[in-house]
Design a protein around this ligand. Structure first.
Ligand SMILES: [Zn+2]
Length: 86
């Protein structure tokens, strides 16, 4: 994505205003620069609600990822123990 991205508030439908942009070097820092852009709803109260909702979504996703990891781990452990007993 390049240039000005026009986004609309998912809650009230107003055009979101550009707030800030920053770069970072990802988790592993191997030359991959991730470009972040943040926009906010012009309505402060609305933005607070939207922020809370996004945070909730992030938390839920993190939880799902964590569960997935545990399931994979358990499966590989089960496989290993099955191999060990036969
Ligand atoms: Zn809004």
């Amino acid at each position: 994505m390049r240039g000005q991205t026009f986004t609309i508030c998912i809650r009230c439908g107003k055009a979101r205003i550009f707030s800030k942009s920053w770069k970072d070097h990802g988790e592993f820092g191997k030359g991959t620069v991730i470009f972040h852009e943040e926009s906010r709803c012009p309505d402060k109260d609305c933005q607070t609600v939207v922020d809370a909702k996004f945070q909730e979504m992030r938390d839920r996703r993190a939880l799902t990822e964590e569960r997935k990891r545990i399931v994979i781990l358990e499966r590989s452990l089960a496989k290993k123990s099955k191999l060990a007993t036969t």
